[in-house]
Structure formats: structure tokens, C-alpha cells
Write a protein that binds this ligand. Structure first.
Ligand code: NAD
Length: 255
């Protein structure tokens, strides 16, 4: 069977862990070159090692997606490495625990915590998209996938500003898809449900049984299952799919 992303150049943020790492491996398996970018260069390098061990090729990059200059340098480095950019997976994100907001209700969220969540989870996707679109225009088109969440579709209680940031990613995805269809660039979002990654380890330890009881498939997802949906959205098989928000959540948002 032919590979879905043969000869494509790709860029993944948050590629050092969880869903980003699994997607880097899946992109490489499908024949893409992969620029693995993360706040932690060390974890990006760990992912790249796994990509190379599996026969793939790429580069590891450091980025803070909340910083415009850092994002510009990341995209420039990917262009230097590959000569162009066909696919981007804007996936870096943080959870409430990372902004001191575990279990908080919206009125209790501090302004600093709110600002940092939106800076990484929403402005970070905007900045990536902005620089990637410029690069993809040079190439004559491309495909972008943003990581939202089921929390971008539902008003989750006690999740502080996280669902707000992800609703923003859903809106940004739709607007960008409409704006850049004429550039031959497709923009979609993946909305994972509860997936086992380092981000969710603590939550699942504390509330795992309660969460699973609300998932029709009665289990958590794996990062690899999310990666397969991202591969499809990034591939030419999804040639008429743009502005969509694909749930991969074991039925969580269906009930
Ligand atoms: N795990 C889940 O259940 C779940 C569900 C829905 C959505 N998501 C989303 O999926 C994405 C990936 O999450 P994950 O579960 O793989 O988490 P993870 O913590 O395993 O990976 C996130 C990665 O993003 C990186 N990162 C954080 N801030 C960054 C920044 N400012 N710049 C660059 N990189 C940064 C981290 O270093 C880490 O490697 C996130 O956007 C998350 O919100 C996760």
C-alpha cells in the first residue's frame, strides 16, 4: 500500500510528548519528513531518535509557541531543513495544572493564569498558523491540523480557562479554513476526548473511574489513535475536508 504522506515536509509542535510524539511517528511511518518542535528541546530530540530508529527522517527544534519570534524561527528552521512546508500539526498545549488552576471555576481564575493559558493554547496556535500559512503559500498549498479538544465543543465544569482556549481553537480553525481555502490550504481541528498521556496522568489517577463511566466506549483513548485521525486530516485523502472539527473521543461528546 502506498504511504499517505510520501515526500511531504511536516512540522509538529508539542512533538516531544504524548499526542505530538505519536503523530511524529505516524507521519514518519507514512513517508513524511518531520520537524519535531517542543518547548523542551531534549524531549523533541527523544522523539526524533524514535522517528529515526523507525527509519524516518527529521529535525528537532526548540520553540515556545506563545512567542512570535520563537515561532518565526521554528518555521524558518523547518524551511531550511526541508526546503518547504506541506503539513503542520499545531498541537502544543497546557492543562489547568500548568497555570495553577486545577479544579478551578471560571470566576476563581486569576488574570495571570488566564493570560498564560490563552497565550499557549490559543495565541500559540494563531502564531503557528500565521507563519505556516506564509510558508505554505510559497509552496502552493498545504494542510494544517490544530489540536482542540472535546473541551472545545462542550462547557466543561471546573476546568478553568482550558475549555475557553479550546473553543477559541475551534473558532480559529473555521475562520482560517474559510480565509485560506483560496490559498489551497486546508485547516482542520482534531478534538480528542480523554487520552492517556503525561498531561492527563494525574487527573486519571484521581478521577479515572468517574471519567470512564461517562465514555460510551468505557476506556481512555491512546495517543496513537489520535495520531491516525491526524494523519488522515493531513493527507490528500481528506482533500475536501476543511474547517472541520473531528472528534476522537470514544463517544464522549455524543451523549
Ligand atoms: N491528553 C488528553 O486527554 C487531551 C485531550 C484533548 C486535547 N488534548 C490536547 O492535546 C495536545 C497535546 O497534549 P498531550 O496530552 O499530548 O500532552 P503532553 O503534555 O504529553 O504534551 C504536550 C507537549 O506540549 C509541549 N508544550 C507545552 N507548552 C509549550 C509551548 N509553550 N511551546 C511549545 N511546546 C509546548 C510540552 O513540552 C509537551 O511536550 C494539547 O494541546 C492538549 O490540550 C489532550
Amino acid at each position: 500500500m502506498s504511504k499517505l504522506l510520501e515526500g511531504k515536509s511536516s512540522l509538529i509542535t508539542g512533538g516531544g510528548s504524548g499526542i505530538g510524539r505519536a503523530t511524529a511517528l505516524a507521519f514518519a511511518r507514512e513517508g513524511a519528513w518531520v520537524a519535531v518542535a517542543d518547548l523542551s528541546l531534549d524531549s523533541a530530540r527523544q522523539t526524533l531518535k524514535r522517528v529515526e530508529a523507525a527509519g524516518g527522517q527529521g529535525v528537532a527544534l526548540q520553540v515556545d509557541v506563545a512567542e512570535d519570534a520563537s515561532v518565526a524561527a521554528m518555521v524558518a528552521a523547518a524551511l531550511d531543513a526541508f526546503g518547504g512546508l506541506d503539513i503542520a500539526f499545531n498541537n502544543a498545549g497546557i492543562a489547568p495544572a500548568m497555570v495553577g488552576a486545577t479544579g478551578q471555576k471560571i470566576a476563581d481564575v486569576s488574570l495571570d493564569s488566564w493570560n498564560r493559558m490563552l497565550a499557549v493554547n490559543l495565541t500559540g496556535v494563531f502564531l503557528c498558523l500565521k507563519h505556516e500559512v506564509q510558508a505554505m503559500r510559497e509552496r502552493g498549498g498545504g494542510a494544517i491540523v490544530n489540536t482542540a479538544s472535546v473541551a472545545g465543543l462542550l462547557g466543561l465544569a471546573n476546568a478553568s480557562s482550558y475549555p475557553v482556549s479550546k473553543h477559541g481553537v475551534v473558532g480559529l480553525t473555521k475562520v482560517a479554513a474559510a480565509d485560506h481555502a483560496s490559498d489551497n490550504i486546508r485547516v482542520n481541528a482534531i478534538c480528542p476526548g480523554y487520552v492517556e498521556t503525561p498531561m492527563t496522568e494525574d487527573t486519571f489517577q484521581r478521577h479515572g473511574n468517574r471519567i470512564i463511566a461517562r465514555v460510551p466506549m468505557s476506556r481512555f483513548g491512546t495517543a496513537e489513535e489520535i495520531a491516525e485521525a491526524v494523519v488522515f486530516l493531513a493527507s490528500d485523502r481528506a482533500s475536501f475536508v476543511t474547517g472541520s472539527c473531528w472528534t476522537a473521543d470514544g463517544g464522549y461528546s455524543a451523549v
